[in-house]
Design a protein around this ligand. Sequence first.
Ligand code: LMR
Length: 400
Amino acid sequence: MFEHIEAYPGDPILTLNENFQKDPRQNKVNLSIGIYFDEDGRLPVMQAVREAEAAILNDPGPKPYLPMAGFAPYRDAVQGLVFGQQCPARAQGRIATVQTLGGSGALKVGADFIKRYFPQARVWVSDPSWENHRFIFERAGLTVNTYPYYDEATGGLRFDAMLAGIDALPRRSVVLLHACCHNPTGVDLDHAQWEQLIAVLQKRELLPFVDMAYQGFGAGLDDDAFAVRELANRGVPSLVANSFSKNFSLYGERCGGLHVICESAIEAERVLGQLTGSVRSNYSNPPTHGAKIVTRVLTTPELTLAWQSELSAMCQRIARMRLAIHDGLLEHVRGEALSRYIKQRGMFTYTGLTADQVERLREAHGVYILRSGRMCVAGLNEKNVGPVTEAIAKVLASAA
Ligand code: LMR
């Protein structure tokens, strides 16, 4: 029966992370997966999350199914965080929001929605993008192409080429964008570039699908949502996926949201109904626990403040690590290949190391980064940054 089923080649991120767990070496360093580890190399449980969880467990209630669209107070709180409390589109009921299984769940429900209602549309992702973007959209039956994005020579953005590429797309093409902390490059658009891009999206009647998995890890919770809020304020019909895996350190609770910005409240109600139907036919309804934690933090002012301040401390630690690896590599790497460690934002730096160099880093030194050269700088700490720097220097020297 199953003879024709070929072996799964594995996932470029999650399989590598699993292989890291199996590696018996004591000195191994995991800079592969996009996870924030603290100074002691541990996955933090944020204080606000601890307190919210304690309060929830102190008053355990029955555990009914959640509605298909998710926990209503969660949906409202998440919409407020993503779009801002004062967002006119939100006040007018023009945003359809469902609770999803993390950001990936939001992308999948969104991809199914696109396949159903825009069956001819192709999806355009940045070159490069998070590997799972392609997998999710292709598995939903959509064709995925790329638009220009990263400039290896400068470690920056090919903005003119990106804009020209997107300006040439057929009407109603889906353009997948990263709101902030671009994965895998750490290269983002500035406000003026977003304004220009949004004007093109509007003029060409394209359908933006914005993935915001790192809100709070770039220039702050509000600034990171700039593009999303601009789209809503300018009334551009769009899809937005958001996730609490990273900014709440709630990876395994699978908390996210899918938001569709519509042109009227009536349209939003119909869209919400169809998203709900999609959830029902996939997994019926989402889980409760993580959504309750996020809701309590976002609706209790002192917990919100505690969460924001811990998140900002995490960002400051990442910035220190960026500086530490940059300074450690001063003697070994030059120009843009060095400055990208401090210029690129969020959890990732696109190191420019080749697949062979990445393999040598792993095999000879136990340092895991992605085959693409993506390094998760949020996995560095005061103890491992020195050995990681030395390992990179050795790999580069042996290649020279
Ligand atoms: C990553 O990019 O490493 C994370 O978003 C984890 C994942 O699911 O790929």
